[in-house]
Ligand binder design. Structure first.
Ligand code: NAP
Length: 234
């Protein structure tokens, strides 16, 4: 049993990951802008280092050193590239990339101290395929994949693995909001018709991949980008 911290754990994919890790026997804390249904729920903005350091310190004090970090907090954005203000570009990169920087730096000392750690970064299949009107988001998620590979090399000798899971279309509030705003290039039903396994992804699909990557069995897997997308991106 390990202490796990899941960012974005109050909704969608992060909430499913938190539940799954708890049912696998880990002590799980969530960190989000809102409270989660988990008993250890911490409010913090991943772009605010002081809030992150305070939340990570509180988790450490309550549950012991953190061994598992899942970076799932994220926001999407849709704008034609030429209409993007630099402020908007920065806002999206701040949450999706700099948030991973802050949370990972805050938690790594616990992992180094234990000579054991598991980090899973939830990136996006859009980083594999590209996506029109999402250049800021895709740039941030691509950087997360690159960061994953570098950290895997840097911290492998400390017993820490670092992997990324880029989800395809997963049925969460984020996806349904995009559908309502006609930003998916069709409906979720249209996406299902174009998906080889003929269904939309479920948050539990991503949670299952995370559960494996944080397990003892996955100790020889690091620096990998494990797509969970129903076969849309191969
Ligand atoms: P979601 O339901 O919107 O959950 C994301 C959570 O992150 C929300 O609780 C959100 O809070 C929180 N969050 C946002 N900004 C934050 C911040 N600055 N600090 C702390 N928490 C913050 O979305 P999801 O679909 O589960 O997405 C989870 C991850 O998967 C994201 O990184 C997303 O980019 C990635 N992803 C999702 C899909 C998909 O199809 N759903 C596909 C590819 C990648 P608020 O609700 O208050 O903003």
């Amino acid at each position: 049993m390990r202490t796990a911290l899941v960012t974005g754990g109050a909704s969608g994919i992060g909430a499913a990951i938190a539940l799954r890790l708890a049912s696998d026997g880990h002590q799980v804390a969530t960190l989000d802008l809102a409270h989660s249904a988990m008993p250890h729920s911490y409010l913090a903005d991943v772009t605010d280092r002081e809030q992150i350091d305070a939340a990570v310190g509180a988790v450490h004090d309550a549950l012991g050193p953190i061994g598992i970090l899942v970076n799932a907090a994220g926001v999407d954005g849709f704008k034609r590239f030429m209409d993007l203000t630099f402020q908007r570009w920065n806002d999206i990169i701040n949450v999706n990339l700099h948030g991973v920087f802050h949370c990972t730096q805050a938690v790594l000392p616990d992992m180094i101290g234990q000579k054991w750690g598991r980090i899973v970064n939830i990136s996006s299949s859009s980083a594999q395929s590209g996506q029109p009107f999402m250049s800021h988001y895709v740039a941030a998620k691509s950087a997360v994949n690159g960061l994953t590979k570098s950290l895997a090399l840097e911290y492998g000798p400390d017993g820490i693995t670092v992997n990324a899971v880029p989800p395809g279309f997963i049925d969460t509030p984020m996806l349904r909001k995009s559908e309502e705003r006609h930003r998916l290039g069709g409906t979720v039903e249209d996406i299902i018709a174009r998906t080889p396994v003929r269904r939309v992804g479920r948050p539990e699909d991503i949670a299952a991949a995370c559960a494996f990557l944080v397990s003892e069995d996955a100790g020889y897997i690091t620096g990998q980008i494990l797509g969970v997308n129903g076969g849309r991106n191969t």
